[in-house]
Ligand binder design. Sequence first.
Ligand SMILES: NC(=O)c1ccc[n+]([C@@H]2O[C@H](COP(=O)([O-])OP(=O)(O)OC[C@H]3O[C@@H](n4cnc5c(N)ncnc54)[C@H](OP(=O)(O)O)[C@@H]3O)[C@@H](O)[C@H]2O)c1
Length: 237
Amino acid sequence: MNILITGASSGIGKELAKKYENQGHIIFAISRRKAEFENSYECDVANFEKLREIVKDITKNHQIDMVIANAGISYPHSASFMPFEEFKNTVDVNFLSIHALLENVVPQMKKNKKGKIVLISSLAGYVSSPTSLAYSASKRAINSYAEGLRNQLAPYNIKVINIKPGFIQSEMTAKNKFKMPFLLPLERGVERIEYAISKNKKEYAFPFVFASIVKLVTVLPTNLKDFILNKLNSSKI
Ligand SMILES: NC(=O)c1ccc[n+]([C@@H]2O[C@H](COP(=O)([O-])OP(=O)(O)OC[C@H]3O[C@@H](n4cnc5c(N)ncnc54)[C@H](OP(=O)(O)O)[C@@H]3O)[C@@H](O)[C@H]2O)c1
């Protein structure tokens, strides 16, 4: 397979891409830092014009079988109202870049009547933490996008796989100063993601117990939900 992945210079993306490369697949990696893959492109995914040009060039010469929109950013948790530029950057990197990334991939996959589009969302998309508004909002936007895209592309045999991980050890979570419940080692988290991709899971939230608790919170009456979120916030989760 030819696999196009963003954010393969560290963490989940790097580990996942290495796994696929070891299985003999060809990796096309996009991130700001140079990734350790032969076809590595240095690009800030929030630079939509550059991103679209790079993907256009790649798809001119290669058929992409799977695209993994993994690049993501999380500013340090804070109870203060986020500066606009940081908010915009979070939404640009985590969400809007996905549509720019897919602009030239989707028509190619539609023509070939096959392909996989993997989106890396988060359990944070289910409930919005008061200390990471932009991140939660950007991930919830992915969930909405995935739901629509999945059904739009189903007639073309293109699978849309929305992954919603809990906490996984990476550069992103290493910055967190609070206790992260159900924190998974990187390798274990990536194993779960690879499994979900292999099974074409439409949505895959994990680890199971944490994901179940979070999903349960979403169906609670608003006042009870807010009570729990405020409790978690005061314990800095
Ligand atoms: N770790 C977790 O607990 C967890 C949980 C749920 C979801 N996720 C999601 O998983 C994805 C990967 O995160 P991670 O935990 O592996 O974090 P990470 O180690 O910080 O990796 C983030 C990756 O995204 C890339 N990236 C960030 N900003 C970028 C930009 N503007 N342009 C291009 N690439 C950019 C980084 O590359 P450069 O710095 O080289 O640009 C890096 O390769 C993210 O979408 C994150 O939201 C993580």
